[in-house]
Design a binder for this molecule. Structure first.
Ligand SMILES: NC(=O)C1=CN([C@@H]2O[C@H](COP(=O)(O)OP(=O)(O)OC[C@H]3O[C@@H](n4cnc5c(N)ncnc54)[C@H](O)[C@@H]3O)[C@@H](O)[C@H]2O)C=CC1
Ligand SMILES: O=c1[nH]c(=O)c2[nH+]cn([C@@H]3O[C@H](COP(=O)(O)O)[C@@H](O)[C@H]3O)c2[nH]1
Ligand SMILES: [K+]
Length: 496
């Protein structure tokens, strides 16, 4: 028998085992190009291209407006969650698309005839914007800074009497360099950004400085109208059609049908409805983990597929329902059928390091969707808290009891099943800083992995795998231990 030097994926994944990323390891190939020439540009769907393969998950502790604009500014995309009333979800889409630089700002508006009663009005922002009607939608008249208010002796007077008349504003689509130059030249600490007469954001000097300290942003993921590419998730019930209408009006570029088991008559009906009603809108179906499930959704007309059942860090589906698949096997098998139809796939869940991203992409995915990897970032919804001396942010499964009973979420309350069973948990993840910093570093690590494999692009990785040039093996338990850090009394792990 000839001695095999590793196995082709076809053979490895056809032996009755459910493998996940950590089970498998690629054997190195041949390097004839530098790391920086590796191209990670890819496709999210049939019609949407991204410059990095990163997608943020439609979860209420992961993707709202800031995350979506930050992911787009990096060249990826964010999918805004649907665990809120449809109008709120549409407002988040609108907000994500109406900013060019992912500035963290909290806008507080008042009208000239209002009064400012207490310090509390400045709790979320160091200044209050004054507009004709006291909302973002009317003419900007001026502002009151915290310093102006504290030095104002008579707190009973109306804002009109002491506000600073609005000096200047800039268009919403100013980029970081333009904002920086404007603040510098005009010696200002902040400037409002306007779109169609509405204040959509405020750029402060400190935010501009913060973002300048990160790796330089490229062009980002821009739609035809110059706004960021933004996606949103919906369910498969009748009322989700109304939700979709609002989302389309808000300008979404792609919709994700969010389900743990996508191979259902409900989803197939919804795919057909979306394609019939909004032929211009790309639809991502899922989740799927088998070739048969994928085939059904491809036949129904999906433009992209989302893979993963029970692989997520907060998922208890495999434990509760005994259904799912190891993520490496799922990604490989589904990608195989999807590639025949030209449908890109998203490897969703179970990503906890750059190596997992390399594995997902090489095994056939075109992008990865991440929850826990992003949930501890500055851009994720929610505030940091301190637990046992560590800064953390809350992260929870969308099938956790807490997420299910949030507000009056009709998805679950309208379900015919009366007894609710959780398929996810509520937890917390460590502070990771800004995605604007750690995603570029993570992408550099992914490029190094690609270089070791002799793959200069996502497409070339897929070709090397399908032509059986690329070889892999299953790691034994001891090999997995060896592949990790071991045998040290102590160590400090800093990746960048
Ligand atoms: N990727 C994964 O492994 C998992 C993800 N999740 C996440 O949790 C959330 C909820 O997922 P699911 O519970 O699968 O949501 P789902 O909306 O697909 O299903 C909820 C229940 O509603 C039923 N249903 C759906 N559409 C219907 C219709 N039109 N008429 C009647 N019944 C209908 C389904 O059969 C199911 O019993 C999602 O955000 C999902 O991504 C949950 C579990 C596992
Ligand atoms: O079984 C589950 N119960 C849940 O409550 C739940 N919420 C999210 N998801 C899925 O997990 C993905 C994120 O996984 P990671 O944190 O590993 O990135 C997400 O992108 C989802 O596919 C869930 N799965
Ligand atoms: K899990």
């Amino acid at each position: 028998m000839a001695m095999e030097d590793g196995f082709a994926a076809e053979k490895l994944f056809n032996q009755g085992f459910s493998y996940t990323y950590d089970d498998v390891i690629f054997l190195p190939h041949y390097i004839d190009f530098p790391t920086d020439s590796v191209q990670l540009a890819t496709r999210l769907t049939r019609n949407i291209s991204l410059s990095i393969p990163c997608v943020s998950s439609p979860m209420d502790t992961v993707t709202e407006a800031y995350m979506a604009s930050a992911m787009a500014s990096l060249g990826g995309i964010g999918i805004i969650h649907s665990n809120s009333p449809a109008s709120q979800q549409a407002a988040m889409v609108h907000a994500a698309k109406a900013r060019r630089v992912p500035i963290l700002s909290n806008l507080v508006f008042k009208s000239p005839s209002d009064r400012i009663d207490s310090d509390d009005d400045f709790a979320s922002s160091p200044f209050i914007l004054v507009t004709e009607s006291g909302t973002s939608k009317s003419k900007l008249l001026g502002y009151v800074s915290y310093a102006d208010w504290t030095s104002q002796g008579n707190k009973e007077v109306k804002i009109y009497d002491y506000m600073v008349n609005s000096g200047a504003s800039v268009p919403w689509n100013y980029d970081l360099g333009q904002l920086d130059a404007f603040l510098e030249e005009n010696k200002k600490d902040f400037v409002p950004l306007l779109k169609d007469g509405e204040v959509v954001d405020v750029a402060t000097k400190s935010e501009v400085e913060r973002i300048k300290s990160y790796p330089k942003l490229g062009v980002g993921s821009v739609a035809a109208d110059g706004s960021w590419l933004v996606g949103a998730s919906i369910g498969t019930r009748e009322h989700d059609k109304e939700r979709l209408k609002l989302l389309v009006q808000a300008g979404i570029n792609v919709v994700v049908l969010d389900s743990s088991q996508g191979n259902s008559s409900y989803q197939i009906d919804m795919i057909k409805y979306v394609k019939r009603t909004y032929p211009e809108l790309d639809v991502i179906g899922g989740n799927v983990v088998t070739m048969a499930q994928a085939q059904n959704l491809i036949q129904a007309g999906v433009d992209g597929l989302r893979i993963g059942m029970g692989s997520g860090s907060i998922c208890t589906t495999q434990e509760v329902c005994a259904v799912g698949r190891g993520q490496a096997t799922a990604v490989y098998k589904v990608s195989l059928v999807a590639s025949h139809s030209g449908v890109p796939v998203i490897a969703d869940g179970g990503i906890s390091n750059s190596g997992h991203i390399v594995k997902a992409l090489v095994l056939g995915a075109s992008t990865v969707m991440m929850g826990s990897f992003l949930a501890g970032s500055t851009e994720a919804p929610g505030a940091f808290e301190t637990r046992n001396g560590q800064r953390v942010k809350k992260y929870r499964g969308m099938g956790s009891l807490e997420a299910m009973i949030k507000g009056s979420d009709a998805r679950y309350l309208g379900d015919t099943a009366t007894l609710k069973i959780a398929q996810g948990v509520v937890g917390a993840v460590a502070d990771k800083g800004s995605v604007l910093k750690f995603i570029p570093y993570t992408m550099q690590a992914v490029k190094q992995g690609f270089q070791d494999l002799g793959a200069s692009s996502v497409k070339s990785a897929h070709d090397l795998l399908s032509s059986k040039v690329l070889r892999l093996e299953v790691r034994s338990g001891a090999a997995q231990v060896e592949g990790g850090i071991h045998g040290l009394v102590s160590y400090e792990k800093r990746s960048f």
